[in-house]
Design a protein. Structure first.
Length: 264
């Protein structure tokens, strides 16, 4: 371990909120950042006068401290500590989480994705026991809480101006939303359901027609028999399964038994 240790990092290690390996990685990172005098490295820096909460937040935001390991460590605190020692560590962890989550919200404001009122409302309702590891997570959290409405998010998704980082954040949130959508709400599920309905309808009518007595006069060969009722229901089922905003391009002819569809 290097002899020169940031005082805040040393205090966090003394409280056993980080491991020796994590402290060594943090020291090495600070040494690398110190070599870049032009300050053009795209990496957050730990201020010389930072306190333990800022140091812990810096470790989390740089992923030098994996968030899953940190959250498990915090949950295990009551087993290892009690009284004032427990309260001190829990308060430090809560302050660090608030700083990291607040930074994610501030990024949304800086990229003009939310207004000042939304930023203040989001700060007032930050999760206390969960880490918003990125601005994408912060945007999804605002959608869940209703601080950002679905209509406002759709405007962000379709707007033509904005920064590159802002577009990355919105696109990432949209992809997460699609992955989290229940299976029954996905457009592909409705398409398969509509096709299954059509197959079952055809199969059922084929069985019924096979059991019915033969008609007195057979239909003329090659003449299609259209069923408007089935046609309308099939068109409605498939059209309902189409993605929102897609133009209608649908032509369905339901042909009974082995009749040949009429020429168009």
């Amino acid at each position: 371990m290097t002899s020169h240790v940031h005082p805040a990092l040393a205090q966090v290690r003394q409280l056993r909120l980080i491991t020796d390996n994590e402290l060594d990685d943090a020291i090495a990172e600070l040494e690398i950042l110190a070599l870049d005098e032009e300050d053009d490295v795209d990496m957050p820096r730990l201020a010389a006068g930072a306190g333990p909460a800022e140091a812990l937040a810096w470790l989390l935001s740089t992923d030098l401290l994996p968030q899953d390991d940190f959250l498990r460590r915090v949950q295990d605190l009551p087993r290892r500590h009690g009284g004032e020692a427990l309260l001190e560590r829990q308060q430090l962890a809560a302050d660090a989480l608030k700083l990291v989550n607040g930074q994610a919200i501030d990024t949304l404001y800086d990229e003009d994705l939310i207004n000042q009122w939304q930023r203040d409302a989001a700060h007032a309702s930050l999760p206390e026991k969960r880490l918003l590891a990125s601005p994408i997570d912060a945007l999804r959290e605002m959608l869940r809480q209703g601080t950002l409405t679905a209509q406002q998010f759709e405007l962000l998704r379709t707007r033509q101006h904005g920064s590159e980082l802002g577009r990355i954040i919105v696109d990432g949130a949209a992809r997460q939303a699609r992955r989290e959508r229940p299976a029954y709400a996905r457009p592909g599920t409705w398409v398969m359901a509509a096709l299954l309905v059509l197959v079952l309808a055809f199969a059922g009518r084929a069985i019924v027609s096979g059991q019915a007595p033969s008609p007195a006069a057979a239909p003329v060969a090659g003449q299609g028999v259209e069923r408007p009722d089935l046609q309308q229901r099939a068109a409605h089922a498939v059209e309902s399964a189409r993605l929102p905003g897609a133009g209608a391009d649908l032509s369905i002819t339901v042909v009974q038994d082995d009749a040949t569809p009429p020429a168009r």
